[in-house]
Design a protein around this ligand. Structure first.
Ligand SMILES: NC(=O)c1ccc[n+]([C@@H]2O[C@H](COP(=O)([O-])OP(=O)(O)OC[C@H]3O[C@@H](n4cnc5c(N)ncnc54)[C@H](OP(=O)(O)O)[C@@H]3O)[C@@H](O)[C@H]2O)c1
Length: 333
């Protein structure tokens, strides 16, 4: 099979298109012919050895896939050859085939295109886990989404709206803000720090407060970190939940008086661990998301697709901070 392979740590240009032996499914595994692979920011971190999980080399990046079951390992029940599935694979997605534990696979509806299914796990399940399981989102609460035009950001907007929240989007450009509004956000702002200002973080906090409104943000979805943390925390409502999802802008230090003053819960979100340690709750979340999808309340905003041999460019878009919504690599079918 063909695969885009990382043989050494480095940026997207270190990936090589290679011909590898077809994988053989072990006991408890399915062999899946991959039709599409969703691309995510962590793929960029994985290939540089900067992610919290390190994969043994050589490996193909790509953490979420959709495709067709073509063979079964021993002891499989509940799946058959020909089933259409989506799977959380961590790595190995940018390849023509994968042997993967059946426990990581979910059957998908016949009407769901592979490209949607491949873009439906990482960001949506993270958003739902953050907003609902950890964030205890209630109807009519206000959610501030940072990095709102990205994968996690746009999924968070859609899921929060499906759950009846009011959503305020923060992005780094007017183009990204327009995209976030097209995903259902009610309001928004461009959140650049003004380098000329005497206190740029407080100034940004003031702009965020205007966008969020007088009562403040009940939930803050933060896949960005860095410069945005303190301003976002300053516009938290009394009793807010600050959800730490990622650090695309760097790991920030938080003035610890702020959560105290706001009676704010600061919650670390680790969706990967949740899927492994709480598989039943994780499956229930996935089922709810599929219901929202069937009811057309949410749908991945796939703004670019790439062929397998263009996978380097797909991952480079995350490095360039240029991704709108989701990017998918199309492999077969
Ligand atoms: N905790 C979890 O369980 C979990 C699960 C999935 C993903 N994540 C994390 O969530 C984050 C977002 O992932 P994603 O796939 O949604 O990525 P993405 O589509 O690239 O979105 C990330 C956003 O971060 C913002 N950003 C700020 N500074 C940046 C920089 N220097 N470089 C790149 N982006 C920058 C960008 O928005 P602006 O340009 O508008 O600022 C961008 O839209 C990643 O850190 C990822 O590891 C965490």
């Amino acid at each position: 099979m063909r695969a885009l392979v990382s043989y050494e740590p480095g940026g997207p240009d270190t990936l090589r298109l290679a011909s590898l032996p077809d994988p053989v499914p072990a006991s408890g595994q399915l062999l899946v012919s991959i039709a599409a692979c969703g691309v995510n920011f962590p793929d960029l971190l994985m290939i540089q050895d900067l992610y919290q999980v390190k994969a043994p080399r050589p490996f193909a990046p790509g953490a979420e896939i959709a495709g067709t079951v073509v063979a079964l390992g021993e002891g499989i029940s509940g799946f058959k050859v020909g089933d259409r599935v989506a799977a959380r694979c961590g790595t190995g997605g940018m390849a023509e085939m994968i042997a993967i534990d059946a426990a990581r696979c979910t059957k998908i509806p016949d009407t769901m295109p592979f490209r949607d299914a491949a873009a439906f796990q990482f960001t949506y399940e993270t958003a739902y886990y953050a907003l609902v399981t950890r964030g205890r989102l209630k109807q009519n609460e206000t959610v501030l989404v940072l990095g709102a035009a990205g994968g996690v950001g746009s999924a968070s907007i859609q899921v929060a709206k499906a759950l009846g929240a009011r959503v305020v989007a923060a992005t780094s450009s007017e183009e990204k803000l327009a995209f976030a509004l097209s995903q259902g956000a009610d309001h928004g702002l461009v959140y650049q720090l003004d380098k000329e200002s005497e206190d740029p973080k407080k100034e940004l906090a003031r702009a965020m407060k205007v966008a969020v409104g007088r009562t403040g943000a009940d939930l803050i979805i933060d896949p960005v970190g860095g410069f945005a943390v303190e301003p976002a925390m300053r516009c938290a409502a009394e009793g807010a939940r600050y959800l730490i999802l990622g650090f695309t802008a760097g790991i920030a230090a938080m003035p610890m008086n702020l959560p105290l003053l706001k009676s704010c819960d600061v919650l670390g979100i680790n969706w990967r661990t949740f899927t492994l340690e709480q598989p039943l709750q994780s499956a229930a979340n996935r089922a709810q998301l599929l219901e929202f999808y069937a009811a057309r309340k949410i749908a991945p905003a796939i703004t670019a697709t790439f062929a397998l041999e263009e996978g380097q460019a797909a991952i480079s878009a995350f490095k360039d901070r240029s991704v709108l919504g989701k990017i998918v690599v199309l492999i077969a079918g």
